[in-house]
Write a protein that binds this ligand. Structure first.
Ligand SMILES: *Cc1c(COP(=O)(O)O)cnc(C)c1O
Length: 378
């Protein structure tokens, strides 16, 4: 697939030449799967997260699924989560045989409504999976209070929140289990990959077995397998990309923040879009995405709007339609009307271009194109 060089996608990874060189070194080294680069990346992430143990996985999805397995969550258990997320968030609950329980989101943050979480707790509830949509953190103080009051595990789906902070503390450096994705579209990438931050060495050891066939290495080189394990280890090729990304992530986040500010400054309010929530302490997001909602009068015309933007050379994404309306979840009994806020946001949400290599003038171009696209739809 070749892309017109003037086409502005909604996101694009930034991989610098030094990183490309380091990936080449790995490829030449004779050791291309899990090895020293993965160890280095785990150590660097752990240092970033205040010394908490971190283990790499081959996707954010694997990190979430293995987090559930680490908590021994399975058939008969309920896990409360948001319908306004990537489908991975609930797919992993199905994967371990547990039951996802959706609750609606808070309109102002677009994240799971913690009052509704509390109302949905039953004797079968074992865990909550909050998602920091677009990197805007869920209230970690209320979350921790709720979890400890009801004896629940928290598996943070922080796939989009690398570099975000709550009350000055980096997401990942506190809490229970915290999962990140390093997919190509995330704020830092390993092309595909992810990691899970755990609480202690015992959990880290169990996770190591869960991610690689359950294998235990005994003294003297013998092997033992006591329990099932997945095949979810990361490669050193991928970890080398991640190490390069970590060097740059502070600049990435600063660039994203400046571009988001420019969107607010340049946006034509008369178009009546709803702009994404403004960030205010204690929530400090990483601007993983910039997501306005289409005006209500254009609610049913999102695909026409996206086509009109594409004609002007601009890519627009949709993250995400409310997932309980997918056939898979309808088969589990969910239907339209169950979560009106998530449904409304899911119908009107748009992801506009925002990535570190974008120029301020690109934002201006997007803002102009939005005005023209709205005119074209009239
Ligand atoms: C990307 C993402 C995932 C899954 O991560 P992968 O690395 O693609 O498996 C899960 N949840 C959310 C909210 C995501 O954005």
């Amino acid at each position: 697939m070749s892309i017109d060089k003037d086409f502005l996608p909604f996101t694009r990874p930034s991989i610098d030449e030094r990183t490309i060189g380091e990936v080449s070194d790995v490829l030449r080294s004779g050791w291309i799967t899990t090895g020293p680069k993965c160890q280095q990346l785990e150590a660097a992430l752990s240092a970033r997260f205040g010394g908490r143990p971190v283990r790499l996985l081959n996707s954010g999805t694997a990190a979430l699924e293995l987090a559930l397995r680490l908590c021994n969550i399975g058939p008969g258990d309920e896990v409360i989560t948001t319908p306004l997320s990537w489908v991975a968030t609930a797919n992993v609950v199905l994967a371990v045989g547990a039951t996802p329980v959706f609750v609606d989101v808070d309109r102002s943050t677009r994240n799971i409504d913690l009052a509704r979480v509390e109302a949905a707790i039953t004797p079968r509830t074992r865990a909550v999976i909050p998602v920091d949509l677009a990197g805007l953190p869920v209230d970690r103080d209320r979350l921790a209070a709720l979890a400890s009051k009801h004896g629940l595990r928290v598996i943070e789906d922080a796939a989009q929140a690398f570099g975000s902070r709550w009350d000055g503390r980096e997401i990942g450096s506190f809490g229970d289990l915290v999962s990140f994705s390093f997919h190509a579209n995330k704020n830092i990438t390993t092309s595909e990959g992810g990691c899970l931050v755990v609480n202690n060495d015992e959990e880290a050891l169990r996770l190591e077995r869960l991610r690689l066939q359950g294998v235990e290495r005994l003294p003297g080189g013998e092997l033992e397998v006591e329990a099932w394990g997945a095949k979810a280890n990361l490669t050193d090729v991928a970890a080398a990309i991640g190490l390069g990304q970590l060097r740059q992530v502070q600049d990435f986040t600063a660039a994203r923040r400046a571009l988001a500010e420019r969107y607010y400054a340049r946006w034509d309010a008369s178009l009546e879009f709803e702009l994404p929530p403004r960030q205010a302490a204690p929530a400090e997001g990483n601007w993983h995405m910039f997501q306005p909602l289409l005006p209500e009068r254009l609610a049913g015309r999102r695909s026409d709007f996206i086509a009109a933007m594409r004609e002007q050379g601009i890519g627009v994404g949709v993250h995400y339609p409310a997932m309980h309306l997918f056939s898979l979840f309808r088969e589990h009994g969910w239907r339209r009307g169950d979560f009106p806020i998530a449904e409304d946001i899911g119908e009107r949400i748009l992801t506009l271009p925002l990535f570190p290599a974008m120029q301020p003038s690109d934002v201006d171009r997007v803002c102009q194109a939005v005005g023209a696209a709205v005119c074209a739809l009239r």
